[in-house]
Design a protein around this ligand. Structure first.
Ligand SMILES: Nc1ncnc2c1ncn2[C@@H]1O[C@H](COP(=O)(O)OP(=O)(O)OP(=O)(O)O)[C@@H](O)[C@H]1O
Ligand SMILES: [Mg+2]
Length: 402
């Protein structure tokens, strides 16, 4: 009288990536058709297909427990190591399973212990992050952020759109849930934005500032890695990615979205056809995702129109005007750096038609040129570095500008 447990049945299915053959049918034929006892097959949700075709089965789906149950689990896992409402807050904030709660609580307790204090909300967040990191970390990197809103130089209309986006996230719950708008809108409650603009205009920076403002983690997802490496496994990985992002309240950043969402021209090869399937899946998953997805591209018009329509926000990041470039040159020089008084920031802004990213590179380059001469950073260093960055951009200086 025993139950045979087959854990990890997802490994029984074929994997074109590694050339793993399908073994489910072998197990079925060789084992399950002879064995007459009870069998429990365990695997992730996306793989919820029967291992056995030769016998009947029931599917039991184990969901993330409801908030009240999660609060109980957090309370049990943290015991008296946490202050009063920490378990309730953690339960409300993270829609995670009991296993994640147990591991996250363990790591939070260790962190708190080394500090000689009770478990704080930050300890819990770090614990959840560390636990989910292994899933998110497979397909992306977490970006840490040091910049502040004051560092950002953007024209007012773009900045207003960014603020509206943040407000939308902040008040989502009230408008959709408390005010009942969710029932009126068939679409998912997730928010997605497309940031488009030339290289170095601040798209990644703003994604970071938004995540920071909302106290969320930002994961930069490498689309090329998803598309090329995970053909066949893509759906599974994306499912895991979005689940983990949802549970950990992470913002997902897809850079170079055009590589995936380029206009869907005719299907040329079987690889293209595969990619189109994956795009459809990604779209579907993005719409169901309750969190925030940000996509960036250098060329707005290269994105498929049908796809563009489905994004909640589209923000254009323009090349900075001379007055904005002047602000960028000024603000990108740190206060601590020793700087010559002779610098004419207006002149630099006029001379070099560059985005913030290139100005930043030029400023760093100038600092090294100055350090090498053992002098303060002067106009000559900035101009020289500017010319070099200009060349790197593929632009040629005109005679009078040299
Ligand atoms: N609008 C801006 N205001 C202030 N700093 C900026 C701005 N744009 C760029 N920078 C500086 O340049 C750096 C690089 O910019 P960022 O990575 O955000 O550009 P991007 O638009 O994402 O470019 P890419 O398309 O190449 O990914 C920033 O970290 C910041 O220091
Ligand atoms: Mg970027």
């Amino acid at each position: 009288r025993a139950v045979l447990v087959l854990d990890g049945v997802d490994y029984l299915s074929a994997d074109p990536e590694t050339g793993r053959p399908d073994r489910a049918s072998v197990i079925d034929r060789e084992l399950l058709s002879h064995y007459l006892g009870a069998v429990a097959a365990i695997g992730p949700k996306v793989d919820a297909r029967p291992v056995s075709l030769s016998r009947g089965f029931v599917t039991i789906e184990l969901e993330v427990p409801p908030e009240s149950v999660r609060a109980k689990l957090w309370r049990r896992a943290l015991g008296d190591t946490a202050e009063g409402d920490i378990p309730d807050r953690a339960a409300a904030r993270y829609p995670v399973t009991g296993g994640v709660i147990r591991r996250a609580a363990e790591s939070a307790k260790v962190t708190a212990q080394t500090r000689g204090a009770k478990v704080s909300a930050e300890d819990v967040h770090a614990g959840v992050r560390a636990t989910l990191d292994s899933k998110l970390g497979n397909l992306g990197v977490r970006l840490a952020w040091k910049q502040k809103w004051d560092d950002l130089v953007l024209p007012d209309d773009a900045l207003d759109e960014v603020k509206e986006f943040i407000a939308r996230v902040r008040h989502k719950r009230r408008v959709y849930e408390e005010w009942g708008f969710a029932r009126k809108i068939a679409k998912g409650l997730g928010l997605s934005a497309l940031f488009s603009g030339p290289p170095g205009t601040g798209k990644t920076m703003v994604a970071g500032l938004i995540a920071d403002e909302l106290a969320l983690d930002l994961y930069q997802i490498d689309l090329s890695r998803i598309v090329s490496k995970y053909v066949g496994e893509t759906e599974k990985n994306l499912a895991a990615l979005f689940d983990a992002a949802e549970a950990g309240h992470a913002v997902l950043l897809f850079d170079e979205a055009d590589s995936l969402f380029a206009k869907r021209t005719e299907v040329k090869s079987s690889v293209d056809r595969y990619a189109n399937l994956e795009v459809n899946y990604l779209l579907q998953r993005m719409e169901a995702f309750a969190g925030i997805t940000i996509l960036t591209t250098n060329l707005d018009t290269s994105i498929d129109e049908a796809f563009r329509r489905r994004l909640s926000f589209r923000i254009t990041f323009p090349m900075p005007e001379p007055s904005e470039r002047e602000k960028l040159w000024r603000s990108l020089l740190p206060k601590e750096a020793s700087v010559d008084t002779s610098i004419n920031f207006g002149d630099l802004a006029e001379r070099f038609e560059m985005s913030g990213g290139y100005i930043k590179n030029a400023v760093v380059r100038a600092a090294f040129l100055a350090a090498d001469e053992n002098r303060a950073i002067g106009m000559q260093h900035l101009v020289r570095a500017g010319v070099l960055e200009y060349a790197a951009m593929g632009k040629v200086m005109h005679g009078s500008m040299r």
